[in-house]
Design a protein around this ligand. Structure first.
Ligand code: CUA
Length: 351
């Protein structure tokens, strides 16, 4: 039985370690930009320093345990408690080891905290449980999916609307907290075009019920595609006459329909989509309790990158947000099937 415990610990470590392969979507061992690459260098440096400590200290320890173990008839050995030389030695040695690790750590910290002057600005606001993104110089407001041009630095100004969140896209760089009442600054740069679904990101600070569901994606695209994306994102939402009959009905519901909304705690109120969500050009603007939906249909995912953006998923979400994303601030709306279908048609027209 006692042998089972070390085996269990070893097995667990092995399983966790196998999860750290470079091809994993959230792996830090496959850096695809300068920030991630510099941070990985620190990891490599500290790792090999620790390997050196391990392979020198452990054999010496084992040797001494075996060589000097107590034998039959041994007298009590000389006591070294309070030995000044030893005390100095084992105080100074760890200080040297930590100082050696501190030099590259502080260098990289400075590198990460000082974005290049030509960085594109992105204001990131963490909400329970989604990411708000604003490009103040480009006039883009969006949520949960970022676009960045390949080879260009992007500065993130991290804020929070409620509790502490943490912004992290492992292939592009390390994580940083988004804290209410202050702005933390960091930057990433993607050196390669992202796969179709983008690079995966995740909130890394426990922030409540749906913390694990607070994901994001970063699409790294060439500069032409980025410019096109910015142009598309700064268009207002479609006018009613550009929409199908069903979608036009949905637009009207979005703006004007009062429905009964039930919250997680059982409380009930009258709500409208437009009270919490913005669609630019609708007349109501600036609501940011929920994500800006002006170009919802241009995103590949819904529910902060939890599910693919399909009409079925969107209808499921409208019918029962509390099941799809437990604890969500989106109340369960009381809508007829026709109203849901019209809203889905409208939202999917927001390209
Ligand atoms: Cu936001 Cu965890």
């Amino acid at each position: 039985m006692t042998r089972a415990i070390p085996l269990l610990i070893f097995g667990t470590i092995l399983m966790l370690a196998v999860g750290c392969t470079p091809d994993h979507l959230m792996s830090t061992f496959d850096p695809l930009g300068p920030v991630a690459a510099e941070q990985k260098k620190v990891w490599d440096y500290v790792f090999w320093a620790m390997v050196f400590v391990f392979v020198t200290v452990l054999p010496a320890l084992l040797y001494m345990c075996i060589k000097f173990r107590r034998k039959e008839g041994d007298p009590i050995p000389a006591q070294v408690h309070g030995n000044r030389n030893l005390e100095i030695l084992w105080t100074v040695l760890p200080i040297i080891v930590l100082a050696v690790a501190a030099v590259p750590t502080l260098n990289v910290l400075r590198f990460v905290l000082e974005p290049p002057a030509n960085s594109i600005q992105v204001n990131v606001t963490g909400h329970q449980w989604w990411w708000e993104f604003e490009y103040p110089e480009l006039g883009v407001k969006t949520a949960n999916e970022l676009y960045v041009p390949v080879g260009h630095p992007v500065q993130f100004n991290l804020m929070s609307k409620d509790v502490i969140h943490s912004f992290w896209v492992p292939k592009l760089g390390g994580k940083m907290d988004a804290i209410p009442t202050r702005t933390n600054v960091m930057w990433y740069q993607a050196d390669v075009v992202s796969p179709e679904e983008g690079f995966y990101g995740q909130c890394m600070e426990f922030c409540g019920t749906s913390h694990a569901n607070m994901k994001l994606r970063v699409h790294a695209v060439d500069s032409d595609e980025f410019d096109q994306w910015v142009e598309d994102q700064t268009e207002p939402g479609p006018e009613a006459e550009e929409l199908s009959e069903l979608a036009a009905q949905g637009k009207d519901h979005f703006e004007n329909l009062d429905f009964k909304a039930t919250y997680t705690d059982g409380s009930v109120s009258q709500q409208r989509c437009a009270y919490c969500h913005t669609v630019e050009g609708l007349g109501i603007s600036g609501a940011r309790t929920g994500p800006n939906l002006t170009h919802l249909a241009s995103r590949g995912t819904l529910l902060s990158a939890m599910v693919d953006n399909t009409s079925e998923n969107l209808a499921d979400w409208l019918e029962n947000p509390q099941v799809m994303k437990p604890g969500s601030r989106m109340p369960n709306p009381e809508l007829s099937d026709e109203q849901t279908a019209a809203l889905v048609a409208y939202l999917q027209s927001l390209k």
